[in-house]
Design a binder for this molecule. Structure first.
Ligand code: FES
Length: 192
């Protein structure tokens, strides 16, 4: 008669299950650590924001772009808008985040976003110097920002302007509240 078969220790399956569970848990933690920054990277263009749009540059959303004396009556001039760009992970140094056309009318100033309301190209001065023009798909506008042909879905996007006398000099500062708007729609709808 041979010896009866030995019984396996009852603890073996438990130990294996424990190791398996531990491996899965560790794998999940490593996966999460690697994936979360990856998601942030993928979404960063969406999450990127500018201080100019947030209104942090002057605290009230307005940014000083020029002095009244920089403008000649009825002659449009374009000015860059600077802002601190930041996303979920990084705060970048100040850089241009947009451009604004300013048109002086006596002691008042009109401001328009230079972003074309059609599909977002940069609006330039027309060849006659007396209108605006977008070279991408030929949108044309008057100096008041009104459409001059049927290409653009709406007028150029006007921006709020405040003229402020600087205490240190006789200069009048032109402060503009820079905003971006949705393109390709007839309504002027700010981007969140
Ligand atoms: S983006 Fe300006 S005309 Fe199309």
């Amino acid at each position: 008669m041979g010896e009866p078969p030995k019984e396996k220790p009852v603890t073996e399956p438990n130990r294996r299950s424990f190791h398996k569970f531990g491996s899965i848990l560790l794998g999940s933690i490593i996966g999460a650590v690697l994936t979360i920054p990856g998601i942030g990277f993928i979404l960063s263009p969406i999450l990127r924001k500018t201080d100019a749009e947030d209104g942090e540059s002057t605290g009230d959303g307005f940014q000083a772009l020029a002095k009244l004396s920089d403008l000649q009556e009825g002659i449009p001039k374009v000015f860059p808008v600077l802002g601190k760009v930041k996303d979920a992970w990084v705060q970048y140094p100040e850089e241009p985040v947009g451009s604004v056309w300013l048109v002086r009318k006596g002691e008042a100033v009109d401001a328009f976003s230079a972003e074309c309301p059609h599909l977002g190209c940069a609006v330039s001065l027309g060849p006659d110097g007396n209108s605006f023009f977008c070279p991408c798909h030929t949108s044309a506008f008057t100096l008041e920002g009104k459409p001059n042909n049927p290409v653009p879905p709406r007028a150029m996007d006007s921006l709020e302007v405040v003229l402020k006398q600087t205490p240190a000099s006789d200069e009048t500062e032109i402060r503009v509240k820079f905003q971006r708007f949705r393109t390709a729609i007839p309504e002027k709808s700010p981007l969140a």
